[in-house]
Design a protein around this ligand. Structure first.
Ligand code: C5P
Length: 316
């Protein structure tokens, strides 16, 4: 594309500063398969990106010996505990390119929300660093390079085009060409005023009380019918509701009163997503939900894919 042409300098390297969209995700289903000897759990989940997310500006710092991260939210750490910093380090290790980067992160995706915010930022920084270095890694290489628990189990998913069946810890990504989802289907992301720790939710899980439906069958149902069916499962809901009984009440309220096509927790929570439009309209819905529950935010968005790398970024 012309954008990627203009980003290439004489040495085949992108110049200047690029701005990338760093989307959130939801899990259309999430099955836990088993606990592994390393403490992680094998899972099988269908991930999808949405049009709600953060933005990340990245540039090479020519003479620096350290990456520099800035964030618009004061509560977000900007040291190695931020997955962006870990991703840039991982990029140097995998590529052998000793270059340091400046990143400005503008956050919308709440933390501990089950929307993959940190992993998305890590993947986006990884992608941006690769582009600024002249794309030594292909998209497939990037997914392989990103397969490291230091940047979170969801990071490799965010290096896909936005629809993927993920297994293992979550890092084994099988891209899906897209689902027959109704154009313009609304996705409401409802985030209560508290987050949930992924580790804590996994610990609260009763492994003898998991659902038994075959994930490959679930995948086929979604491939055939998009979201127009009733096969909705997230094995992490039960333990999340044990950790936070409030969340169970919120889900009941969302599922019974508004006529949504589906209501499900995303990832390990605490976000609950609702598909379709609420009977009574979105204003009533948002007001009633906020009146009854302590809510950080309700965002109306839609499913979104990134079919080509050029849609990942723009020059700024
Ligand atoms: O990979 P991530 O950093 O998101 O995982 C956070 C925690 O969630 C892990 O330390 C682990 O306790 C738990 N986890 C798990 N099985 C997975 C993913 C995460 O048990 N597949």
């Amino acid at each position: 594309s012309s954008t990627s042409q203009t980003l290439r300098g004489a040495k085949g390297e992108a110049e200047g500063k690029i701005k990338l969209f760093s989307p959130a995700k939801v899990n259309l289903f999430l099955r836990i398969i088993r606990r592994r000897p390393d403490g992680y759990h094998d899972l099988a989940s269908l991930f999808h990106t949405v049009a709600f997310g953060d933005s990340l500006e990245i540039k090479v710092l020519p003479d620096a010996e350290k990456d520099a991260l800035e964030c618009n939210l004061p509560g977000v750490p900007v040291d190695e505990s931020n997955l962006v910093i870990r991703a840039l380090k991982l990029f140097r290790e995998k590529s052998g390119i000793e270059r340091f980067f400046g990143v400005k992160l503008e956050k919308q995706i709440p933390a501990q929300a089950g929307m993959g915010g940190g992993s998305s930022n890590a993947a986006t920084a990884f992608f941006g660093a690769n582009l600024l270095c002249g794309s030594p890694a292909s998209p497939e290489d990037l997914i392989r390079w990103g397969d490291d628990p230091v940047i979170g189990s969801d990071a490799t998913f965010f290096l896909s085009e936005g629809t993927a069946y993920c297994t293992g810890r979550g890092e084994i990504v099988t891209p899906i060409e897209g689902l027959p989802i109704k154009e313009g289907l609304s996705v409401y992301l409802v985030k209560p005023n508290y987050g949930l720790s992924t580790g804590k939710v996994f610990k609260a899980m009763d492994l003898s009380a998991l659902s038994t439906v075959d994930p490959e069958e679930l995948l086929q149902t979604f491939k055939d019918k998009g979201t127009s069916h009733s096969s909705w499962v997230n094995d992490l809901e039960k333990p999340a509701f044990t950790v936070s009984p409030d969340l169970s009440e919120l889900k009941d309220f969302l599922a019974t009163e508004w006529g949504f096509e589906a209501v499900l927790m995303s990832g390990s929570g605490s976000t609950i997503f609702c598909l379709g439009d609420p009977s009574g309209g979105s204003q009533d819905f948002e007001a009633a939900t906020k009146e009854k529950f302590d809510i950080e935010g309700i965002w109306k968005t839609s499913f979104m894919r990134r079919p080509s790398p050029t849609e990942w970024y723009q020059e700024v």
